[in-house]
Design a protein around this ligand. Sequence first.
Ligand SMILES: [Ca+2]
Ligand SMILES: [Ca+2]
Ligand SMILES: [Ca+2]
Length: 313
Amino acid sequence: MERWKQPRDVLDFRADGGIGFFLIPSTHMKPCLLLGLGVSLFPSALLADLFVSNFTAINGTAGASGVWRNQTTGTNLAIPVSLGQTGGTVKPVDHPTQPSRIDDSFPWSDVPPFFPNLFEPNFDGDFINIEVIGGQTATVTLNFNAQITNPSISFSDVDVDTDLTFPPTFTITAQSGNLARNGNTVAPTGASVIGLGTRGVGSIQFSGIYSQIVFTFAYGGLPTNADRIGFVVATTTPPGAAPPPAVVNLQLNGDQVMLSWPSGAFSEIQSSADLSPASWQAIPGLDAASQTSWSGSKATLGPRRFFRGVRVP
Ligand SMILES: [Ca+2]
Ligand SMILES: [Ca+2]
Ligand SMILES: [Ca+2]
């Protein structure tokens, strides 16, 4: 049943040794988009359980943490969810006028004129309230610690001067409410919603399997102003076990150092003579995304060399 609660968010109504070759654990520098599935507009899954991000703690101004929750059965899962951000401020739960909500009380519910598709899904959940000063941009990362199929993210209270941008590897299939999309950038249309005026409210549907959602929150207002937005993530597919991270294998064969890795696991294989972060460089001439092996001579590589696989946007 759709409920006629207003998603009214008063938060913004204020003014607003020796010779050796080493492998380093591979790093994933971009969200793991593992698989693309063709799915159309906001599928109605009336019989499926709803799984949502359930935050249980605000960790200073930089982030929040919690677990996945089966909203249908009211059961928390033993799968952590974490949120980190740079460039903005996560508001505390005890802020007198602009709190984050982690007590599952925020009504992500439809109101006219966007009934019945302002938010999808509709449920009482959390509202992680992130503030960005005019002219600044925050980068928000949600780590799922699981494979999440076809997630949606719902937003409330997005200023008309705010852009929300997702990486080009993310596949967005739909948006609801008064949100409009240009490529992977979402912004309010300016159409009015009861209780919120022209501020953006609605959900964004992704297709595919994601272990992470990343977006930038850029507020183009004056530096004396700030925008605050809240959001929550949901899916109707049970969170799947996260796959083990891909690794680069190393073998020595005479003078040859031989590397191999799973097809498509990395966009670059990097090497370095030491572990200083600035020293890593992609192996020249190697397209790691389409190739699965590489070899080089120890004589050329020098007395010590480290290797790692990396995914970059
Ligand atoms: Ca919660
Ligand atoms: Ca709805
Ligand atoms: Ca706002």
